[in-house]
Each structure stands twice: as structure tokens, then as C-alpha cells.
Design a protein around this ligand. Structure first.
Ligand SMILES: [Zn+2]
Length: 209
């Protein structure tokens, strides 16, 4: 009856389409109820073309973005721009948790190797096991022997460390050197929020797992 909006959250005068958008925006990370309301009323005022462009961008995000079959990063082309760039160092793979983490590493400007996105970390508490991560895809990339080093750039927290250990046990027997970002990143922090200099230093001073 009230189109999915919890009863009592909105005044009875709010039109259902307005309430629906407030509700949808409120689900986004970092958007509280007040911000969701402000954004919705802002969108009510913008020219129709602008609002349509935003809606279209969201639709295209879901329609056109796929995972790179090599590194599992989000991309419009397969293989992605980094995997198909012959100037990148093909012997080093930086393993990250999420697509956004590749942007953090790229921002440092100092890394010229390839990436592999796990799409998560091992977390027994949340029921995430090895089969839920893109680990088989990583192992498959190492079979031809051209990769010499895998840098584990998972976040410096419990799950990130456990995942780095697990991957190291998996890959070292394959004759690959597995390294871990140096300490110095704030413990428990997200790679995504690390400043460029700290992250660049952590990559430079990486250590054997
Ligand atoms: Zn790729």
C-alpha cells in the first residue's frame, strides 16, 4: 500500500514515487535518511534530461559492465585494459579484495604489474569459503609459469591476513613467490582509504608471507 516504504517514516503527503526514491537512495552506503531526502528533492528540481542521464548511467552500469575473464576486475571489454596492456609487467600479480582496491593501487603510480580481484575475503563467520572467491581463476593464471610473484594486497585486518596466508599456502608449492604488503598501513583499515604515499611504501617494502 505504501510502496515498500516503512510506515511512519514519511509524512502521509509524500507521493509514492518520491518515497520510493528516498527509500532506494537510503539503501546506498553512506546515505542517511536526511541525505536521501535531500537528494530526492534535488532531483525533483533538475532538468528532466539530467535526471534521465543519471537513470541511464545506472542502467548501463548493470547492462554493460562485466568481469574480465583474466583478472576478474569490472570492465566493459574482455580482457580489460590492464590485462591487454603489453607494457605491464606480466610476471607480477597484485591480489586485491575488491575492484575499488585496484584503483587505490593504481593511484600510487608505482605499480606496473597485473591484478587479480578475489571479490571478497575468507570469512568463516560470514560463511565465505575458498569456493566463494575467484581463487581457481588465480591458480589457472599461474599454470603457464610466466608469473613469478604474487603480491597479497588484501586489507590489513583479520580476514585479509587469513586470506593472504591461505593463498600463500596454495601458491608457494607452485613455485611462485608470495609477498604481503609491508606493515605501516593502519591496522584494520581499508586499502581503499589508505593514502597514496603509505600504500606505495607498503608495496615497495613488501615481504615474503
Ligand atoms: Zn583484466
Amino acid at each position: 500500500m505504501n510502496e515498500g516504504a516503512p510506515a511512519g517514516r514519511r509524512p502521509p503527503s509524500t507521493a509514492p514515487p518520491v518515497a520510493r526514491l528516498i527509500e532506494a537512495l537510503h539503501k546506498l552506503p553512506g546515505i542517511g535518511p536526511k541525505s536521501a531526502q535531500r537528494l530526492t528533492y534535488y532531483l525533483l528540481r533538475v532538468p528532466e534530461a539530467e535526471a534521465r542521464a543519471l537513470a541511464q548511467a545506472i542502467v548501463e552500469l548493470k547492462e554493460k559492465i562485466i568481469l574480465c575473464s583474466v583478472c576478474q576486475n569490472v570492465t566493459e571489454e574482455d580482457p580489460c585494459g590492464i590485462c591487454s596492456d603489453g607494457r605491464r609487467d606480466q610476471s607480477t600479480i597484485c591480489v586485491v579484495e575488491e575492484p575499488l582496491d585496484t584503483l587505490a593501487v593504481e593511484r600510487t603510480g608505482g605499480y606496473r604489474g597485473l591484478y587479480h580481484v578475489l571479490h571478497g575475503v575468507l570469512s568463516p563467520m560470514e560463511g565465505v569459503g575458498p569456493d566463494d572467491l575467484k581463487l581457481n581463476e588465480l591458480v589457472a593464471r599461474l599454470r603457464n609459469g610466466s608469473v613469478k610473484e604474487v603480491i597479497m594486497a588484501t586489507n590489513p585486518n583479520l580476514e585479509g591476513e587469513a586470506t593472504a596466508m591461505y593463498v600463500s599456502r596454495l601458491l608457494v608449492p607452485m613455485g611462485v613467490r608470495v609477498t604481503r604488503l609491508a606493515r605501516g598501513l593502519p591496522a584494520g583499515a581499508d586499502l581503499e582509504y589508505a593514502d597514496d604515499v603509505t600504500l606505495a611504501r607498503a608495496i615497495e617494502h613488501r615481504q615474503e608471507v
